[in-house]
Design a protein around this ligand. Sequence first.
Ligand SMILES: O=C(O)[C@@H](CO)OP(=O)(O)O
Length: 247
Amino acid sequence: MSQTLILLRHGESDWNAKNLFTGWVDVALTEKGRAEAVAGGEQLVEAGLLPDVVHTSLLRRAITTAHLALDAAERHWIPVRRSWRLNERHYGALQGKDKKQTLEEYGEEQFMTWRRSFDTPPPPIEDDDLWSQAGDPRYADLGADLPRTECLKDVVARMLPYWESDVLPDLDAGRTVLLAAHGNSLRAVVKHLDGISDEDIAGLNIPTGQPLVYELDDQHQPLEKGGRYLDPEAARAAAEAVANQGR
Ligand SMILES: O=C(O)[C@@H](CO)OP(=O)(O)O
């Protein structure tokens, strides 16, 4: 029996719409984002995929997306677990900055290094920056380990312990798992699942609100590399829009 994992990036957020680097800043969904989340839940119903458990980050765009999608699928009652380890990549000092302006100011190479390189983080954010998470009670347990910036390599490293301790046991118990998270934390999951190289992961973009379904064997290897989007056409167009942000 294969295991079923559904990855869902949150719907469009206020800062996606404004084209701002977001990271750990806790912005809300737009009306379009809320509708995307509902449509994602409807796609699950149509495909006969009913989650038994949901894992989310600590950020409201993922939490609300999971709630709206599950509500639409009549699965609002399933157990939910949350972890900062599923949060978006911390975008350091870029949080709150306009993507287009950043591209114009620093040029294509630096902009893309910050956005998509595997191991070069943006400059760290100062604790007194308006968009810092220092002092945010939800991260109190992290103490000095609270990230001030992250590259994708850092996200893989902090996501994997949760994957192993919390997500895999649910899959092994035969539960259909919904993982509602973010563009870059889901890129980390997909990189791990599909064994994508540090170079090739730069070209992978996850669209908002489009369920991506993986069937896994009992060694947690995908039966089909890359999984499958329930609406491949819409997912391709939306992923292209993510790739072109800032232009
Ligand atoms: O701003 C962010 O936090 C992310 C996701 O929206 O952006 P990007 O796709 O540029 O990594």
